[in-house]
Write a protein that binds this ligand. Structure first.
Ligand code: ADP
Ligand code: MG
Length: 235
């Protein structure tokens, strides 16, 4: 479903070059729940943004459903992303004065579907994340953090994407509400979604089927015995 070969990302400013990703080889199979773990600044968001077609790598290959997409234009990436990838962010990124239902319907604004159908799709997504029906007309700024994140997950689900990418989705939540959000990811996995979740928290990562670690732009594979082996080649 997702496969990269020697993925590179170099950020260049006038003075410095940052190797944000250095020969990253990651493979995620359909229906897998993978956690990518590492400290701040190690390249997690850079990797997720490339996997989610928000950005292109500087080098290497990215195969999404078998198609090499690393040199796609922004327009090609945007059109491929719809219906394939749903994004969840640490900061929720909801419209605060709009209702829950309107927020979840937002990604459907550019489709031809009539309003009642878009509403049905939004309700379906909200049911999948377990938000109570009497909250659908609440403004999102009236919700708790855990509810906000579940609305954001519903919004990511509304196009029925096969892949959910989540960048520190519990990073702004206390452990109890974070727990509820993680339960939501488990439910999505049970419905067959493929999930890549980024975290710097080993307790959160332990929820996944498999953990890969990043340090300084390099990816490491951790097997169940705790032995760490490198997955990338040299430069
Ligand atoms: P993480 O998500 O693990 O905290 P990031 O992927 O955001 O790390 O960043 C990895 C490295 O790349 C950091 O050194 C960061 O400063 C750098 N970086 C990220 N985005 C940019 C950018 N747009 N321009 C320049 N440097 C960047
Ligand atoms: Mg980040």
């Amino acid at each position: 479903m997702i496969k990269t070969v020697n993925l590179q990302k170099i950020f260049k400013t006038e003075e410095v070059q940052t190797w944000a990703l250095n020969n990253v080889n990651i493979e995620v199979k359909e229906g897998e729940f993978v956690a990518v773990m590492g400290p701040s600044g190690c390249g997690k968001s850079t990797l997720l943004n490339i996997l989610g077609l928000l950005d292109n790598p500087s080098g290497g290959e990215y195969y999404l459903n078998g198609k090499e997409v690393s040199k796609y234009t922004e327009a090609q990436r945007t059109s491929l992303r719809k219906g394939v990838i749903g994004f969840v962010f640490q900061s929720f990124n909801l419209l605060p004065r709009m209702s829950v239902l309107v927020n979840v319907m937002l990604p459907l604004a550019y489709t031809q579907a009539p309003r009642f159908q878009r509403e049905m799709m939004a309700v379906h997504a909200l049911q999948a994340v377990g938000l109570p029906v009497d909250h659908y007309d609440h403004r999102t700024n009236e919700l708790s953090g855990g509810q906000m994140q579940r609305v954001a997950i519903a919004r990511a689900l509304v196009n029925d994407p096969a892949i959910i990418l989540a960048d520190e989705p519990t990073g702004n939540l206390d452990s109890h509400t974070g727990r509820m959000v993680l339960e939501t990811f488990h439910r999505l996995k049970d419905t067959g979604k493929t999930i890549v979740l980024i975290t710097h928290d080993s307790h959160v990562a332990a929820e996944a089927d498999r953990i890969v670690s990043i340090r300084d732009g390099r990816l490491y594979h951790e097997d169940t015995s705790g032995i760490i082996s490198t997955m990338g080649g040299g430069r």
